[in-house]
Design a protein around this ligand. Structure first.
Ligand code: C2G
Length: 447
């Protein structure tokens, strides 16, 4: 029996795929089809896959062409499979010509002519493009715009900013700059907001009232009540409202959360996170300080994310100690917050003007998870035990700091008509609550 193997993503299965499978089958007597796992696709840069692995496996099975279907999960697996299954021929479309010649060492390699005029990415693009308006005054706009090019299904409609200085020439020259927010909304289906946090609530609300979907940098509002209000408004308007904290979308961060919740370190007893950056705040005049993001807004959401995602928001006590740079006590240069839960504790330190070791430590009754600085750009973490020989290390590639995955989640939410956010509403509300407490000086000790 002559065994043939081929691999693919097979997203939105189309006749180009089917013709390939039919010709692959005709090369031998038994065809094995390897369908790529979601993570493997992400690792190799295919982040726009619309269908889940199960849907893609089912679609290939339903063709009735494959004699066996396997999942391709890691780089190099093809060699393992060829050996394991005793494969005689590896085949793939001619768009890969030359890329798999190294497999000639293990079996015959055949490149089959690719079917022109059809591709999964064209099918994805054919769906209505979402016009996305960029709103705000932050260098993050530039990063976001660059990352948006990796995501199928969106096109930037234009920009509304209160301060053009934040826009690099490349962005300025590429897009319409709307004079008013209302005008931007008119030409957009959705908006990404990264204005000064004190503007977020009003801008989110105005977009939702206009029936636009919203992806807004955290904090989305300066109080729990305002945050609750915009979530309710989104529900009422049938719009997607998603909070943007790019760390939440990094594969490594998602994995460490799952591992912590799965009990590999026993019960989580403490979560300690530190996020800081150095800004020469003291040299700024009061007006400039008011345009800067203070520590609780700039780093607070990131630092609070693992605490609320692992321990929840029902803490019994919390204490906030802040060092302010201004008389009005609105700009915290450094803030330490301690939470006491029923059976755990948590602490965070954030600084925009004070530098510390930006690590995340999740302590448990069997071991702990250690994420080195800058932990919020999570691509690596360790699980450490009493016996260092038991320690485990994990690395997951992080492209674009997680922003492109965040955009993919936002676009998928809009296309599916239901929220696909990695940040639960309850976490979002808790973050806004703490931000509000600090702004309102609610039980805040200043030092
Ligand atoms: N294909 C084709 N004609 C098309 C589109 C795709 O012949 N119009 C072939 C591809 O060449 C590939 C298979 O169909 O052999 C599956 O294509 P994709 O799902 O796009 O996956 P791809 O990443 O190209 O698969 O490691 C090998 C890769 O996984 C190959």
């Amino acid at each position: 029996m002559k065994k043939v193997i081929t691999y693919g993503t097979y997203d939105l299965l189309h006749y180009g795929h089917i013709r390939l499978l039919e010709r692959a089958k005709a090369l031998g007597d038994y065809l094995i089809v390897g369908v790529t796992a979601d993570d493997f696709d992400k690792t190799r840069g295919k982040i726009n896959v619309q269908q889940s692995l199960m849907e893609r496996l089912e679609a290939v099975r339903a063709t009735g062409i494959a004699d066996e279907i396997i999942v391709e999960e890691y780089e190099g697996q093809k060699i393992d499979d060829i050996r394991r299954y005793g494969v005689d021929i590896f085949t793939v479309g001619s768009d890969w010509k030359g890329k798999f010649d190294y497999l000639n060492e293990y079996c015959r390699v055949v490149y089959l002519e690719r079917t022109e005029g059809i591709s999964s990415s064209e099918l994805r693009e054919k769906k209505r493009q979402i016009c996305l308006g960029l709103v705000g005054e932050s260098l993050l706009l530039d990063k976001f715009e660059k990352e948006s090019h990796y995501v199928n299904g969106i096109v930037v409609s234009g920009i509304y900013t209160g301060n053009e200085d934040f826009l690099p020439d490349s962005v300025k020259s590429s897009y319409t700059r709307f004079e008013t927010y209302e005008e931007l909304l008119e030409y957009s289906d959705a908006v990404y907001i990264v204005s000064h946090p004190t503007k977020h609530y009003e801008q989110v609300k105005k977009a939702l009232l206009s029936g636009k979907h919203v992806l807004c940098e955290s904090p989305m509002a300066m109080s729990r009540e305002e945050c609750e209000e915009v979530y309710e408004l989104a529900e009422k308007k049938g719009c997607i409202l998603m909070e943007a904290i790019k760390t939440a979308y990094s594969t490594a961060y998602c994995r460490l959360l799952l591992l912590a919740k799965s009990g590999v370190i026993g019960e989580v007893v403490s979560v300690d996170s530190v996020c800081t950056s150095l800004r020469d705040i003291n040299s700024l005049n009061p007006l400039d300080i008011s345009n800067e993001w203070n520590s609780i807004c700039y780093w607070g959401p990131n630092a609070m994310l693992p605490i609320f995602q692992l321990l929840g928001s029902q803490y019994a006590e919390r204490s906030i100690a802040a060092h302010f740079a201004d008389e009005a006590k609105k700009f915290d240069m450094f803030t330490k917050i301690d939470f006491i839960y029923h059976n755990a504790v948590a602490s965070l330190k954030v600084g925009n003007g004070v530098k510390s070791e930006g690590e995340l430590v999740i302590s448990g009754t069997k071991g702990y998870i250690y994420v080195p600085a800058p932990w919020w750009k999570t691509d690596y973490f360790e699980i450490r035990y009493e016996n260092p020989n038991d320690n485990k290390r994990y690395f997951y590639q992080l492209d674009g700091e997680g922003i492109r995955y965040e955009i993919v989640a936002f676009v998928k939410s809009i296309e599916m008509g239901k929220i696909n956010s990695y940040i639960d509403k309850d976490v979002s509300l808790s973050i806004a609550g703490i931000v509000g407490d600090l702004y309102n000086g609610n039980q805040v000790k200043s030092f």
